[in-house]
Design a protein around this ligand. Structure first.
Ligand code: NAD
Length: 420
């Protein structure tokens, strides 16, 4: 496929390429194709914030609601210096497909604010978050659109969003966001859920391919929420995690890294670099190092036309959203790599978010074992549905996941009818 590198690396183009291909395979009705190809609503807000030094600064934020056909919009809020509308659009669309793949009653949405959280004080972050929430007040809510954390945001950010929304509503509305701290309506197991989902789908892939956990070598990129939990749970389950690739450096140990110790090390030092239980390694080279499972759990566009042919992993489990470009997909398909696509592999997070929303609305909170069991049931069923769909329709796992999802959303729209 000839495509410019700029286009290859634009997440919106990457999403649209897969959507178009899957929609064509499905012979999707032209009108439905138009409805689903573009987001329903895109909001841009400019947020004045009084900085700690007394200056007024104005930050730009986005919220994109791709589809609310199957239920309220659902999706994280990203704080990053380079976040942009095309990226948020792509992430919002992926949320629609992800929620449909795991068959939970949400649509897809995503948000972002252009800022560098590493360079802002807690007070400044709180002010940005409150003003962002206030600007979105009529567009979010438990029945409208339910934000959650993503890169650069966390439980504290969600607590501020929940509080700001509640102040405007003059009542406490916990179900307006998920990923909250436990004592203000958070769910047990939510923090680890995306990483746990990566473990569950890898277990299912091993069963399909006739492999065992023991001795299966894993390399994880990103040691944040998703990557550290995935690595830790896989380590505890008997996988051999031999490599960790982070922004500022990588680690390699052919005998396996003690991930519990690495988690403690990162908590103390704020980085994985210098960990005594492994050798230093080039984080980019780790992606193409020999292993059975590669789990990109950091960010978009890390597997591209530039490195896909050098990948040696048998399985790629996409903990991150959009880590593989559409051009890289074709190369990996020729190499017969078993890809567990992002909209399935990292759906554990939104599934546990759904449980959190349900618990908030019921005012009844589940034990962690119940959360984990329900999560496993949903992800195992979804994995089976995607892989079976791929076999029946003779497409790869990613296209199968898109087709399954698009079909479910299109069916809902047809049943509801279009208010046109
Ligand atoms: P996070 O900010 O907690 O962690 C990301 C980590 O990746 C950080 O440690 C960062 O230093 C590292 N990183 C960033 N770019 C990198 C690069 N180029 N090379 C190596 N390391 C890099 O974020 P997170 O919540 O773990 O999210 C990671 C990815 O997973 C994102 O794509 C996000 O959209 C996706 N995701 C997250 C959740 C969730 O529940 N948090 C759910 C579904 C999908």
């Amino acid at each position: 496929m000839s495509i410019t590198i700029d286009k290859e690396l634009n997440p919106w183009e990457a999403q649209a390429a897969r959507f178009d291909f899957a929609a064509q395979k499905l012979k999707l009705d032209d009108g439905l194709w138009k409805i689903l190809r573009y987001p329903t609503r895109e909001i841009i807000v400019h947020l004045p914030v009084a900085m700690d030094d007394g200056r007024l600064e104005v930050f730009t934020g986005f919220r994109v609601q791709h589809s609310i056909a199957r239920g309220p919009g659902k999706g994280g809020v990203r704080y990053a210096p380079d976040v942009n509308l095309d990226e948020v659009r792509a992430l919002a669309s992926w949320m629609t497909w992800k929620c449909a793949v795991v068959n939970i009653p949400f649509g897809g949405a995503k948000g972002g604010v252009i800022c560098d959280p590493k360079k802002l004080s807690q007070t400044e972050l709180e002010k940005i978050t409150r003003r962002y929430t206030a600007e979105l007040i009529e567009f979010i809510g438990p029945e409208k659109d339910v934000p959650a954390p993503d890169m650069g945001t966390n439980e504290q950010t969600m607590a501020w969003m929940m509080d700001t929304f509640s102040m405007h509503m003059r009542q406490t509305v916990t179900a307006v966001v998920t990923g909250k701290p436990l004592n203000i309506g958070g769910s047990r197991g939510r923090r680890e859920a995306t990483g746990r989902g990566v473990l569950i789908v890898c277990d299912e892939a091993l069963k399909r391919l006739g492999m065992q956990r023991e001795g299966t070598r894993v390399i994880v990129q990103g040691f944040g929420n998703v990557g550290s939990n995935a690595a830790q749970l896989m380590h505890e389950a008997g996988y051999k995690v031999i490599g960790i690739a982070e922004y500022d450096g990588g680690l390699f140990n052919k005998n396996g890294i003690d991930i519990n110790k690495l988690v403690e090390y990162k908590q103390r030092n704020g980085t994985v670099v210098g960990f005594p239980g492994a050798e230093a390694a080039d984080p980019k080279e780790l992606l193409t190092t020999e292993c059975e499972i590669l789990a990109p759990c950091a960010t978009e566009n890390v597997i591209t036309s530039k490195n896909a042919d050098k990948i040696k992993a048998k399985i790629i489990a996409e903990g991150a959203n959009g880590p593989t470009t559409s051009v890289a997909d074709e190369i990996l398909q020729d190499k017969k790599v078993f890809i567990i696509p992002d909209i399935l592999a990292n759906a554990g997070g939104v599934t546990a978010s759904y449980f959190e929303w349900v618990q908030d609305r019921q005012g009844y909170f589940w034990k962690e074992s119940v959360v984990n069991e329900q999560l496993e049931n949903i992800l195992v069923d979804s994995f089976d549905a995607v892989v079976q769909y791929a076999e029946t329709h003779n497409v790869n796992n990613r296209i199968a996941a898109y087709m399954l999802a698009i079909d479910r959303v299109a069916f809902t729209i047809k049943q509801r009818g279009v208010y046109a």
